[in-house]
Design a protein around this ligand. Structure first.
Ligand code: CTP
Length: 397
């Protein structure tokens, strides 16, 4: 969301029931530091008062092309001049049809023709309308014209039916705006990311694992996708939603992770191993639940798993960038540098687990980047999303 700071966003609101959600989107964008101004269609004013938006953004809403009381005689052009992103949420079938055909018969559609920045359309309507061939054709045409379409979600609709037609979630739209603003420096690059813990089963109901939440790896996958990468995310079990648009492979054990990583590593340009892989697995696994019986203690024997990152690093292809993580409880620099060297990495992201704002399960991380040329960069505590972007930028510097 940092990218939204000081950006000029124009929110277009057209006349659908989902117009009541537009103020929420406006607040999300404002809270992220964007300056938001609003253009409404006349029909939208039947669903929500322009006063709501005026109170929130402290600026007059543009509704009428020929409104003499608007601060500028050519409001639609002035608004478009410094507009980084124009987002229409909700976009009705009518507005979509007009934009697809270059019709400009009100303030919103005329303004859209003048926008040079990115344009995002968030349709919301009845599911049968959204499936209609005319809408499909218009959406395809908008995509061909470089509009970004934020697909509606499925669920209960205002017309008492269920289907695909609900305005995309406001957080998702905000995410889409961030993506539209992000420099696409990973276009045509395959980025392979691993995340989460692995589970090494002993019997059908018991396994050894670790508390990794997967948040760091998912943040890296999302950041790489936003930058245009062709992203493959191999993940151990987590509670997280995979980022939209990434190829997602769910695995359980280190062996499954290794198989999928090796399969995808051949043609990857960047490989980032954020997963907390179990170093050992039970030497013997049991088909049925092990009963406690009369034993007071038991012992299990474990054997070593393949070090996936080391295999990748030692067999690195020309031009490939390989990045690892080192989550340590002590001697961060010594341990991280040892792994950097032994696994033939380009960068290792070191962090001390258990320190406030850092490590497993939290949304922030405090990391030190160690580079193969001996450079080191100590970073402050930051959101995992921000750290993800930084890792991607620094690894390519
Ligand atoms: N890693 C891996 N395969 C393993 C173990 C680790 O790919 N079997 C990767 C991790 O994804 C991480 C890096 O290696 O990017 C370092 O993992 P870490 O658990 O910190 O270190 P280990 O190499 O396992 O060494 P140790 O447990 O002794 O600290």
């Amino acid at each position: 969301m940092k990218i939204l700071k000081d950006k000029n966003i124009v929110l277009g609101v057209s006349g659908g029931i989902a117009a009541y959600k537009a103020p929420k989107l406006l607040r999300i964008l404002q809270n992220a530091g964007a300056s938001v101004r609003v253009v409404m269609t006349k029909n939208a004013c039947d669903f929500i008062s322009p006063l709501t938006f005026e109170a929130l953004c402290g600026d007059k809403v543009l509704i009428d092309l020929f409104d003499g009381s608007y601060k500028s005689a050519i409001g639609h052009i002035d608004l478009a001049k410094d507009c980084d992103v124009a987002v229409i949420a909700p976009a009705t079938a009518n507005v979509i049809g007009k934009l697809a055909n270059g019709i400009a018969d009100d303030a919103l559609t005329t303004f859209m023709l003048a926008v040079k920045g990115r344009k995002i359309v968030c349709p919301a309507m009845n599911d049968a309308m959204y499936a209609n061939v005319a809408i499909r054709r218009n959406i395809m045409r908008l995509e061909a014209d470089d509009y970004i379409i934020m697909e509606p979600s499925e669920g209960a609709l205002a017309c008492k039916t269920e289907g695909k037609g609900r305005l995309a979630d406001c957080d998702k739209i905000a995410d889409g705006i961030c993506e539209a603003l992000t420099k696409k420096d990973l276009t045509w690059k395959k980025v392979l990311v691993t995340a989460g813990p692995t589970r090494e089963f002993i019997d059908p109901v018991r396994f050894i694992s670790n508390p990794s939440s997967g948040k760091m790896g998912y943040a890296i996958a999302a950041a790489a996708k936003k930058r245009g990468g062709n992203v493959v995310l191999v993940s151990g079990p987590t509670h997280l939603e995979p980022p939209e648009g990434v190829k997602f492979i769910r695995v359980l054990s280190a062996k499954q992770m290794a198989d999928n990583v090796f399969m995808n590593a051949q043609d990857a340009d960047i490989i980032i191993k954020a997963a907390a892989v179990s170093d050992f697995r039970a030497e013997e696994t049991f088909e049925h639940k092990v009963k406690k019986g009369k034993a007071d203690k038991i012992s299990l024997s474990f054997c070593k798993n393949t070090d996936i990152l080391k295999e990748i690093g030692l067999n690195k292809k020309k031009g490939q960038i390989v990045i690892g993580f080192a989550a340590e409880t002590e001697d961060l620099e010594k341990n991280a540098l040892k792994k950097l060297k032994e696994k033939n990495l380009d960068v290792i992201v070191g962090n001390i687990v258990g320190k406030p704002g850092s490590g497993f399960e939290v949304d922030t991380n405090k990391a030190v980047l160690f580079f193969k040329d001996g450079k080191k960069e100590e970073l402050p505590v930051m959101e995992k999303g921000e750290l993800a972007d930084l890792i991607l930028s620094k690894s390519r510097a």
